[in-house]
Structures are given as C-alpha cells and as structure tokens.
Design a binder for this molecule. Structure first.
Ligand SMILES: Nc1ncnc2c1ncn2[C@@H]1O[C@H](COP(=O)(O)OP(=O)(O)OP(=O)(O)O)[C@@H](O)[C@H]1O
Length: 311
C-alpha cells in the first residue's frame, strides 16, 4: 500500500475558531487507491479537517496537499477531480434533484452519460421529486450521487452513511469498493469504526483536534481475538489443538472444544477437519474495542492536552 503516492497529505494542520481550537496539529497521509476511514466523536475536528481539504475553510497553519496541490490554489481542478459529500447539503429548491445534478455536473466539467440515472437507481432515489420535500435519507442520496457522478479520482465523504437504511448502506459500501477497484481513493468520516471496518484499508481516529490512532485494518484484524467452539462426533484431546498456530486457551469437554483464536483460524480449521465436525460457532472479533483500547492508551494524554487548550 505504501507504494502508492499519497493523494492527501496534512502536516501540523491547525485551525481555531476564535479561542476554540478545532485542529491542534494533524498529520495524515492517504495513499492513492485506498479507502481511508476518518473516525472520531462529535466535535473532534473531522468536518473542519475535511473542509480545509476542499478549501471551504482556511487553515491557520500547517501544510496540506490534495492530489499534489495546495487546495488554496487548486480550486477548479479540485472540483473536477474530487467528489465531496458535505455533512449537510442545503437543498431548499422547488426544482427536482435531476436539475441540480445536471447543473453540478456542468460545473464539474461533465458527467458520463447515464451515470446519474445509474446511481439514482442503485440508491433508490427518485430524481423527479422536488428537492425541498425530500427526507433526510433522500437528501443524503442526492449528496452521494453528486459526489460519485463525475467519477472523481478522490472522494471525500463526510458521514456518508448517515440517514441511509441498512440495505442502502451495503449498496453504498459496494460503490466505495468499486471506486477502489478502479484505483481511485475514498476518504470518509464516521463516528464509529463498525461503519467503515469492512471497507476501509486504514483508519485514523481524531480526538480533540489530533490524530490519536492510525491503524491498518488488516493488522487490526490480525490482532483480533475470536472465541471459537467446535463440537465433534467423538471426544477429542486438548493437546492436538493447544499447540496449533494462533490458538490459545484450548479446553476440551468430551466432544466439545473451546479456544481463542488470534488472527487466522486456518490451522485450527485444518486440524478440526481431521475429525467429524457437528457444530462450529465463532464470535466475531470486536475490532471497535481493539481499536479504541489502543487509542485510549496511546492518545489519552495528548487528547486531554488538546482539549484543555481548546476549551
Ligand atoms: N464555524 C465554527 N465556529 C466556531 N466553532 C466551530 C465552527 N465549526 C466547528 N467549530 C468547533 O470546532 C470543533 C470541531 O468541530 P468539527 O465540526 O470539525 O467536528 P466533527 O468531528 O466534524 O464533529 P461532528 O461529528 O459533530 O460533525 C468543535 O469544538 C466545534 O464546536
């Protein structure tokens, strides 16, 4: 992944609103062709950082490059090459979504024929309804269509799943995977890891204006523990399982084995397959807990410092 050049770089990025410090020195690299989750609680600074990337808010200090250019000077190109979903899209017009999207498409330098209709169909959005009567979820769909429609090199999405029902969330995540498969990049914010854990390659936590944790999702999954219970047709011995790679705390009760697996369950599955397996349960690893344990340990002191300064 590191072979890819970063499409977003931030160094010592800082921003205050009056005495309130929103960003207290953010360092970030988002490699091209990846999906990057930008996580943090309310007020952590996610939206401020995103707006700086789009040149909608001016930073106080620090360096920023988006697609190789400072967003302060790269305006027109930025709008063509970046798809941006704001946290809230002001949509008060009587006109239908179709008109707004056609207008925005022209601003972006053109949209492939049929793309708006294709996206609207996937997201179950009626393009002919007036914008001002749309529900929160429908507004979010309009926001997503305008962010994806010109097939930008970089998508910057502020809370993209907010307001979407579970089926549409899955559809949206498929859209994100397709973008990555084409070598394009997605930077998306969320309050919770579970929203992005299936799709993100990397995730960073911002807290009180600083990056408090940065994780490669594969590494995180590698470290994840899961509790496994296997039921066999005949009694088995604990010893044959206890020594396996990635297996811990193996205990046998008659024909039932319970153990903890850290990382790949491959060795356990192959050993179990030597017997007749009647049942298998595996608790999903709680990545959220793993991620945030690490971040609390690593980032608490720094977070508290920034919080004091910001208050
Ligand atoms: N326009 C503004 N004027 C004054 N303070 C602001 C402004 N915008 C943001 N802030 C403050 O800056 C801090 C960071 O806010 P920001 O909106 O960037 O956080 P966020 O992580 O996006 O939060 P949320 O998840 O709630 O959207 C907060 O303390 C917020 O109150």
């Amino acid at each position: 992944m590191n072979a890819h050049p970063p499409v977003i770089t931030c160094r010592a990025l800082a921003k205050s609103y009056g005495r309130r410090r929103a960003l207290a020195g953010v360092d970030l690299d988002v490699p091209e062709g990846t999906v990057f989750g930008f996580l943090g609680p309310n007020g952590a600074g996610k939206t401020t950082a995103i707006r700086i990337l789009l040149d909608l808010v001016r930073r106080d200090s620090g360096e920023v490059a988006v697609l190789g250019a400072d967003p302060r000077s790269g305006g027109v190109r930025l709008r063509r090459d970046v798809g941006y979903l704001p946290g809230e899209l002001p949509l008060a017009a009587r006109r239908p979504a179709r008109d707004l999207l056609a207008f925005l498409g022209r601003l972006r330098g053109g949209v492939p024929r049929g793309e708006v209709e294709r996206l609207a169909e996937r997201l179950h959005l009626d393009l002919d309804r007036p914008l001002r009567g749309l529900s929160k979820g429908d507004r979010q769909k309009v926001g997503l269509v305008q962010a994806f429609m010109h097939r930008p090199r970089l998508l910057v999405l502020d809370e993209p799943t907010s307001g979407l029902d579970p089926l549409l969330r899955q559809e949206f995540l498929d859209m994100v995977r397709e973008v990555r498969a084409e070598g394009r990049t997605v930077f998306m914010s969320s309050h919770v890891l579970s929203e992005v854990q299936d799709v993100a390659d990397r995730a960073a936590v911002i807290r009180a204006g600083r990056i408090a944790a940065l994780e490669d999702m594969d590494d995180l999954r590698e470290r994840a523990l899961r509790r496994v219970t296997l039921t066999f047709a005949e009694p088995v011995g604990a010893a044959e399982f206890a020594a396996l790679e990635h297996v811990r705390d193996a205990a046998v009760d008659g024909a039932t084995l319970t153990c903890t697996v850290e990382g790949s369950p491959d060795a356990l599955v192959k050993q179990a397959a030597r017997h007749t397996v009647l049942g298998l349960t595996s608790e999903e690893p709680d990545l959220e807990e793993l991620f945030f344990t690490h971040y609390t340990e690593g980032g608490a002191a720094r977070g508290a410092e920034a919080g004091d300064a910001g208050a």
